[in-house]
Design a protein around this ligand. Structure first.
Ligand code: S3P
Length: 163
């Protein structure tokens, strides 16, 4: 295992990118955000990738990202897309922190524009089903489970204490 990276996992809207940035400010390590890197490499939004090439193609890109990080990156903060733990060996990238947030809080946090960007968050009932299906996977992948229903500084502190 590559134990030097801090890997953030969790459902869409659980705050992974926000916490990654806060960790960067606190600690200085560079952030690798899987969705942002995939979008930049493909020169397409996540939504356009799903629409044009389908989910399987996107999952292949995530697997490549995961393999690359596991073999080439150290001392980074890795912010993952919400589906990565189901399709990739996220533990191979580093120490895994699951940002756990109740579904209702996630819904409160994601406005219409934020949902629009997420192909798998178009329908409330389907997203809720996905949330319940994924919860056990997140729990089993995680080295640490962090309560994400706290302030950004508290969450950041809890992660830094465990790194
Ligand atoms: C996905 C989550 C998204 C993005 C894609 C698929 C998922 O990332 O990777 O839309 O399967 O949960 P966020 O978790 O950053 O929203």
């Amino acid at each position: 295992m590559n134990s030097t990276n801090c890997v953030l996992i969790g459902f869409m809207g659980s705050g992974k990118s926000t916490i990654a940035k806060a960790l960067h400010r606190a600690q200085g390590a560079l952030v690798l955000d899987s969705d942002a890197l995939i979008e930049s490499n493909e020169d397409l939004s996540i939504k356009a990738i799903f629409d044009s090439f389908g989910e399987d193609y996107f999952r292949d890109l995530e697997r490549k990202f995961c393999h690359f990080v596991a073999h080439n990156i150290q001392n980074a903060i890795v912010s993952t897309g919400g589906g990565m733990p189901l399709f990739c060996d996220v533990r191979s990238m580093g120490k895994v922190f699951f940002l756990h947030l109740e579904f209702d809080r996630i819904v409160e946090r994601l406005d219409a524009e934020q949902r629009e960007k997420r192909p798998l968050f178009q329908d409330y009932d389907l997203a809720l089903k996905l949330y319940h299906e994924r919860l056990p996977h997140y729990q089993s992948c995680a080295h640490y489970i962090i309560n994400a229903n706290q302030s950004i500084s508290t969450i950041t502190q809890e992660i830094l204490e465990r790194l």
